[in-house]
Structure formats: structure tokens, C-alpha cells
Design a protein around this ligand. Structure first.
Ligand code: NAI
Ligand code: A1CAB
Length: 282
């Protein structure tokens, strides 16, 4: 089966340059915080991290991070993790930086926007997802013309600290990535909710039904990674001819009313919203 080149895992030594020059994180909410957790676990020294967030959560205080402190002159990397709607505000307050690599994880906001804000800078646009909080994320990335292989490697080092990384060929792919894997964890959590409700409708107690749904999704996800088989084969492995799964899948896989058209519309709506945000939509 063809799979894109994926990299994962990280050595502590790869943070040496970042520790020497510093990392700036602008926006330390759910996504920024998830990444920072992974970086600290993988070798980022707290004193090398300057975190800018006017509403920094109390949990980050007293951990040796430079919170809302003046920016270093020439940090190795500046990571922008504010909402796209807040990006103009955040960029407005940025001083000129030296040879700093600029990384954005914002949905929609285009490389061109960052090129206007940081003329001549190497910029890498990344789309991670929240399983990064437990080192199980997947990030897709693409750099601008000024981003060298060394810049892309640096961005990859950071994102590998929180999961796997794929490189894109074109920035145009980023909105679809956002609609699929950026937003995707929410679809999967809703799948758990929907399966749990469906179990309840068949008479199971709510707590039991939720536990069965949660572990089924988690276990199937883990198997899909561990086993090199195509997901279609794994599905067939569950499906006995004339059995229960075949009866269920007949409904779920209906080309008119089943999951395929629903998922297609779901990802399309999220992708289109990414495009809108990229056009400056609020
Ligand atoms: N949450 C997710 O699943 C994913 C989010 N993203 C992207 O990550 C970015 C952040 O999203 P979340 O972490 O979910 O949002 P969030 O609301 O949890 O965090 C954003 C943080 O930015 C801070 N902030 C607002 N204005 C600021 C400013 N001017 N300077 C510094 N900090 C400022 C806020 O106080 C907040 O803590 C967004 O651009 C989003 O598109 C990307 C992939 C997945
Ligand atoms: O919902 C959003 O816009 C962000 C981007 C991907 C996941 N969360």
C-alpha cells in the first residue's frame, strides 16, 4: 500500500540550536499548549522558550518559561498559534526578527500574509491536530520560497516532537488537509458520541455504551496504524458473510445515504471554511 513519507520520534540533541537561540510561541491555547508540552518533553529547555499570550493559563506559570517577556533578538523559530481572526493583531505587535524561521499553524491564513508581515523571511505553514497533546498528532507542512531544506528540517524537528509529519507539494492542499486531519479529531470524537448514543438506543446503559464506543474507536485506530493492511481489508476482516457487520455496513456504506457522502460533505465544508478564512473571512 502506498503511504506518504512519514517521520516520527525525536532526539533531544535536535533541540540544541533552538535551545541556544530561543523559541517564541505566540498563542498558547489548545494547539500551542499541546505543542509546547511535546517540545518540553523532547528537550526544549523552558528558559529558551518565550511564550506570548495575554491569557496564559495558570498551569504554565512557575515552570521556568519566559512568559510574556521581551522577545530574543534572533530566536531560531517563531511559532504563531493564534486564531486566524486574531492573526493580524498578533502580527501587528511583532518586532523585526533576525534569521528567524516563522511557523504558523493557523487554519486558512496564507503564506503570502506572513510574507507581507515578515519580508524575506523563511516561512513554514503547518497544520497539526490536537492528538499532538499526547504525541499522536499528524502535521502537514509546506514552506515558502525562502525556506531552505534546513528550515524545513527544523520545522519537522518541532512537529515530530508531537507526532508524525508529512510534507505537501502545494500550499493549495492545506485547506483540504485542515478539513481532513486538522478538524478530523472532532469528527472522530463525534463518531464516539454517535456510536454511544446508538448503543443506548439498543438498550445499553449510557456509561457502558460510551466505554464500548470509546475503546472500539481507539482500538480500531491503533490497529489501523499497527497493521500495514489497507483499512478496507481490516474492515473486511471484521465482516463475516451474512453476519452482523455486513448488516450494519449495508446502512453505513450506502452510497446515497451512508457515511461516504456525509463525510464528503463534512470535509468539503471544513475545507471551504479554511479557504474563506484565507480570504480574510471572520
Ligand atoms: N484546536 C485545534 O484542533 C487546531 C488548531 N489549529 C490552529 O491553531 C490556532 C490556535 O487554535 P487553538 O489553540 O484551538 O485556539 P485557542 O483559543 O485555544 O488558543 C489561542 C490562544 O491565543 C491567544 N491569543 C489571542 N490573541 C493573541 C495575541 N494577539 N498574541 C498572543 N496570543 C494571543 C489566546 O489567549 C489563546 O490562549 C488557530 O489558528 C487554529 O486554526 C490548527 C490545528 C488544529
Ligand atoms: O476549527 C478550526 O478552525 C481549527 C483548525 C483545525 C482544527 N481546529
Amino acid at each position: 500500500m502506498h503511504r506518504p513519507r512519514l517521520t516520527t520520534g525525536e532526539r533531544m540533541g535536535d533541540f540544541d540550536d533552538i535551545n541556544a537561540r530561543g523559541l517564541v510561541l505566540v498563542g498558547c491555547g489548545r494547539m500551542g499548549g499541546a505543542m509546547l508540552t511535546g517540545w518540553l518533553a523532547r528537550g526544549l529547555e523552558p528558559g529558551s522558550a518565550t511564550v506570548i499570550d495575554p491569557k496564559i493559563a495558570d498551569g504554565w506559570k512557575g515552570r521556568g518559561l519566559r512568559l510574556n517577556a521581551p522577545l530574543p533578538d534572533d530566536p531560531a523559530v517563531l511559532v504563531l498559534a493564534v486564531k486566524p481572526q486574531m492573526m493580524a493583531d498578533a502580527l501587528g505587535g511583532m518586532p523585526r526578527l533576525g534569521e528567524t524561521l516563522v511557523i504558523s499553524v493557523a487554519a486558512g491564513t496564507t503564506i503570502a500574509t506572513f510574507e507581507d508581515a515578515f519580508p524575506g523571511a523563511a516561512i513554514v505553514r503547518v497544520m497539526p491536530n490536537t492528538p499532538a497533546a499526547i504525541g499522536q498528532g499528524i502535521s502537514a507542512m509546506i514552506g515558502n520560497g525562502a525556506a531552505t531544506e534546513a528550515h524545513l528540517d527544523l520545522a519537522e524537528t518541532l512537529m515530530r516532537a508531537v507526532g508524525r509529519v508529512v510534507r505537501l507539494d502545494h500550499e493549495d492542499q492545506m485547506d483540504a488537509v485542515t478539513g481532513l486531519s486538522g478538524s478530523g479529531p472532532a469528527y472522530v470524537f463525534h463518531l464516539i458520541e454517535a456510536m454511544a448514543k446508538a448503543g443506548e438506543a439498543q438498550g445499553l446503559p449510557p456509561a457502558l455504551s460510551l466505554e464500548l464506543a470509546r475503546m472500539t474507536v481507539a482500538g480500531a485506530g491503533a490497529l489501523a496504524i499497527e497493521d500495514d493492511e489497507d483499512p478496507g481489508v481490516l474492515r473486511e476482516n471484521v465482516t463475516s458473510p451474512g453476519g452482523t457487520t455486513a448488516a450494519g455496513l449495508k446502512v453505513l456504506m450506502d452510497p446515497e445515504t451512508g457515511l461516504p457522502p456525509l463525510m464528503a460533505r463534512t470535509v468539503a465544508a471544513a475545507t471551504e471554511r479554511g479557504r474563506e478564512l484565507g480570504r480574510g473571512g471572520k
